[in-house]
Design a protein around this ligand. Sequence first.
Ligand code: SAH
Length: 193
Amino acid sequence: MRNRFTLFQSHLDLAHQYWSRLITVGDRVIDATCGNGHDTVFLASLGAKVISIDVQQEAINQAIERAQNEGVDQFVTFVNGCHSEFPEEVENSSVKLIVYNLGYLPGGDKEITTQVMTTQTSIQHAMELISPGGMISITCYPGHQEGQREEEELLNFFQILNPQDWSCCQHRWVNRKQSPSLILLQKNLNFVA
Ligand code: SAH
């Protein structure tokens, strides 16, 4: 699928491209859905200090191994827990990028999927933690029922945000039904808390 696009990029490649443009060495970032750690390793390789969260210890174990193999494990703090709460020591307006890859772990238990309620709670906290100029990146998978609800509810919420404070855009395929989409939410530089 990925290599079929000659001009456009998949939602994941596009997300990575935006992250690369935003991150400078030493930035604090959070991967709110660690999974098997592809995104965490990518972010750590950019020189970011990453906090990576997942409800499944099994996923975290895989991610630790991946980070060790890539030689970036010293840049990552892994947290086994729900992303509706972030570690207490993370201060408001201190995080450059928070990423979500919603849904369930590829090759894992499809019952353990992100849920509308906890995703919304998490994103509301994330919006406080993000620094002005920083971004929240969310890949949505409307191909399953909970994923469809998540995308709908998030869009409903983002659509009414004050454009003075936030800039939000979505990349979605217009002619592919239920295909994944990428939502990007940037806190404007002149945001006043
Ligand atoms: N970004 C990952 C894939 C993420 S899949 C990668 O690159 O491989 C989604 C992950 O979210 C799963 O591992 C699942 O366990 C996790 N998850 C589901 N609900 C969660 C919650 N409430 N808090 C934190 N993680 C959650």
